[in-house]
Ligand binder design. Structure first.
Ligand SMILES: [Fe+2]
Length: 349
């Protein structure tokens, strides 16, 4: 997926510069190549000089300008380009314009606040369909896996919006850590699926309210939460192709010293992919503001991982993760907050 995304160029057009920058940064982190424009004039000039795989444009630009003009130019100048409209639904005519845009050839329109993961998935889906139409071929297996992975991630984020982007970031960091650990390719692909789906069990908890509850959980709530790795593994199904994915999901809260849950596995009783997922999942949770806790600073986070080496975490995996944190720490600490803001959960601009 990374290789395909690296080739996707996107022109993002919006007169709200805060949203433009945040959404652009969030798409960039998903591997898209971004060009930004804040006016209709800029967008038209770029469309005349550069080719884009996709154009994402606000329906309403600067009051009297119209995203449909950008749409029409994209259809005329670059017929292969996938065009998506975003709308604030602030005015009734926003809806009228969005409907007209669909008739004019836009692939779809999304309502603000735009979830960057949904936007990324829609762009990729639109390009896949366009490619399929032009080639008459069949979707590749891994592309189907990507589509299903995105659906799973969207389901988890729906029950707990503060996990926006958590699955995709976990997948990316797991892939990087797996590479450092020398994990072979098939196991890495299975780990990536488990990274996306690791919290799938949360959507089957009897009471979803406490996922976004402020403050600490009661003992009963904590016991219920501890069931989510097992629930997720069960609900992902018993297909033989998913056997190891389910195992990694079930292991993601186990700890090296045997104090994790649900099975209190210890050391190498936990698979290597399960140990990798355990480290990465904890990191991204610490770096994310949740309803019950604030974001940790990078020095405190680094200290935590160094202290938990050989306790919660496999010491060798932990050392390799600390190397990655040394290289990518500041960027990885910013990423969750940027994804939350881009999803409209924290943007104050
Ligand atoms: Fe979890």
């Amino acid at each position: 997926m990374e290789a395909m995304d690296a080739e996707i160029s996107v022109l993002l057009v919006d007169d709200d510069e805060c949203l433009l920058e945040l959404l652009g940064a969030a798409l960039q982190r998903q591997g898209f190549r971004l060009t930004l424009a804040s006016t209709q004039v800029q967008a038209l000039r770029l469309l005349e000089t550069l080719a884009f795989d996709a154009v994402v444009c606000d329906v309403c630009l600067d009051g009297d300008s119209d995203g449909a003009v950008v749409l029409e130019a994209a259809r005329r100048l670059r017929p292969q380009t996938v065009v998506l409209l975003i709308t604030g639904y602030r005015q009734a005519w926003d809806v009228d314009r969005a409907v007209a845009a669909l008739k004019g050839g836009a692939l779809d329109y999304l309502r603000k606040p735009v979830d960057p993961e949904t936007l990324g998935a829609t762009i990729r889906g639109g390009l896949r369909e366009a490619r399929l139409r032009s080639s008459g071929g069949e979707l590749q297996f891994m592309e189907l896996v990507d589509i299903l992975s995105e659906m799973v991630a969207n389901s988890i984020e729906r029950v707990d919006p503060y996990t926006a982007g958590h699955g995709e970031r976990t997948r990316k960091y797991c892939r990087m850590l797996a590479e450092r650990c020398g994990l072979e390719r098939t196991a890495t692909e299975r780990l990536e699926l488990a990274a996306i789906a690791h919290d799938y069990g949360k959507i089957y908890l009897d009471d979803l309210g406490f996922l976004t509850k402020k403050g600490p959980l009661t003992a009963d709530e904590y016991r219920a939460v501890q069931e989510h790795p097992r629930l997720g593994a069960d609900k992902l199904g018993g297909h033989s192709q998913l056997e190891d994915v389910c195992q990694f999901v079930a292991e993601h809260h186990e700890k090296w010293d045997g104090t994790g849950y649900p099975r209190r596995l210890a050391g190498e009783e936990i698979s290597l992919p399960g140990r990798i997922l355990g480290v990465v999942e904890v990191f991204d949770s610490l770096a994310t503001r949740r309803s019950y806790k604030d974001v940790w600073e990078l020095p405190k986070t680094t200290e935590f991982f160094a202290a938990q080496r050989g306790k919660a975490f496999d010491p060798e995996v932990c050392d390799l993760f600390l190397e990655l944190l040394d290289e990518h720490g500041p960027e990885w600490m910013r990423a969750p907050q940027e994804d939350l803001r881009a999803a409209g959960l924290e943007c104050r601009g």
